[in-house]
Design a binder for this molecule. Structure first.
Ligand code: 5GP
Ligand code: ZN
Length: 109
């Protein structure tokens, strides 16, 4: 599953990507092409292609992504100023990496 998947490799620690946070279920790292002063990707370790491919058993993962986003926003000091969370879903939604990930962006002046 996900043998040629970039985010599977990153999440498995095979790409020397620095993690801002790692838990049993997910990793957090900086986007390589940031769209804002803060741009983090919150990525489940399980290979799930997109929101369309979520299964009932993934409810806990989705909750982990959101609670982690809230924590990371606070850690980055952008919780009060505000931030944006989004999932791109499939090509028409702008998805380029087909392994579920939640974008956290913010930190504008
Ligand atoms: P998508 O368009 O699929 O929602 O977002 C994929 C994101 O992954 C893009 O914002 C892109 O800059 C980021 N990205 C792609 N390859 C890498 C990589 O090798 N390392 C990191 N840190 N980010 C990546
Ligand atoms: Zn994957």
């Amino acid at each position: 599953m996900g043998e040629d998947c970039l985010f599977c490799k990153i999440a498995a620690g095979q790409m020397d990507t620095e993690f801002l946070r790692e838990t049993d279920s997910l990793v957090v790292f900086k986007d390589i092409h940031p769209q804002a002063p803060v741009h983090l990707l919150i990525v489940p370790k399980k290979h799930i292609r997109s929101i369309n491919d979520l299964e009932e058993e993934d409810r806990g993962i989705v909750a982990d992504l959101l609670f982690t986003a809230r924590k990371m926003a606070a850690d980055q000091g952008i919780d009060k100023s505000g931030y944006r969370l989004f999932f791109n879903v499939e090509r028409g939604g702008g998805q380029l990496v087909f392994h579920l990930h939640l974008h956290l962006i913010g930190g504008w002046k």
